[in-house]
Design a protein. Structure first.
Length: 179
C-alpha cells in the first residue's frame, strides 16, 4: 500500500508563501512534512514565467487527474458502432469480433472480455427490441447462469443411500448368493 498523498491547496499556499520569501526547499519540505523532491517537482511543474500560483497549480493538478488513467476503448463512438454492428446485427460472438479486429489490423483491438463486459453492463441492450438484458440473450450460451467455484454438478450422478456399515451380517459372511 502506498503512503503517497497528493498536495492539498493549503500545502500549495504554504509552498507559495515560503518560496516567495526565499526559504530553501528543505525548510519548506520540513514545514509541511514532505520530501524536498516533492517541493522541487511541484515548483518545476507549475511555475510559469518565474511565478508559482497555488490556485493555478491546483487547477492544473485537477485537470491532469481527470485526464490520467486508461481510456475505455468501448466508449469511442466508432469502435462502439463497429462492435454494435457485428454483435447485434451480424450476430457474431465476442470471440469472433475480437479475433476479426486482430486479423484485419484494426486501429483499436479489443479483447473478448472487454466485449463481454459491455454486454453484461447493458451498453448494447438499447439496440435490441426485446428490452433489458436482451444482449445477454443474444450470446451463444443464451444467458445460461455461470457457476461459482464451489458449485458441484448433481445431474447424472447416482446417489448412494445405503452405507457399508448398514448392510446385513449375511452379506459380511457371504452366506447368501449375490452378496
Amino acid at each position: 500500500m502506498s503512503h503517497y498523498k497528493h498536495l492539498t491547496i493549503e500545502e500549495r499556499e504554504t509552498i507559495f508563501l515560503m518560496n516567495h520569501r526565499g526559504y530553501s526547499l528543505h525548510l519548506i519540505a520540513n514545514t509541511i512534512d514532505r520530501s524536498p523532491a516533492t517541493i522541487s517537482r511541484e515548483l518545476r511543474r507549475n511555475t510559469t514565467n518565474k511565478r508559482y500560483s497555488p490556485s493555478r497549480a491546483q487547477s492544473k493538478y485537477q485537470l491532469r487527474k481527470r485526464k490520467c488513467g486508461r481510456k475505455r476503448l468501448i466508449d469511442n463512438p466508432k469502435v462502439f458502432e463497429t462492435i454494435r454492428e457485428l454483435f447485434c446485427e451480424d450476430q457474431w460472438s465476442p470471440e469472433q469480433i475480437s479475433n476479426r479486429l486482430k486479423i484485419e489490423n484494426h486501429k483499436v483491438q479489443l479483447s473478448s472480455n472487454t466485449i463481454y463486459r459491455a454486454v453484461y453492463s447493458g451498453k448494447l441492450d438499447g439496440h435490441f427490441k426485446l428490452g433489458s438484458k436482451a444482449a445477454i440473450r443474444h450470446l451463444r450460451h443464451h444467458g445460461k447462469s455461470r457457476h461459482t467455484k464451489d458449485y458441484q454438478k448433481k445431474r447424472g450422478k447416482i446417489r448412494i443411500t445405503n452405507r457399508i456399515y448398514d448392510r446385513p451380517s449375511e452379506a459380511d459372511n457371504r452366506i447368501q448368493r449375490g452378496h
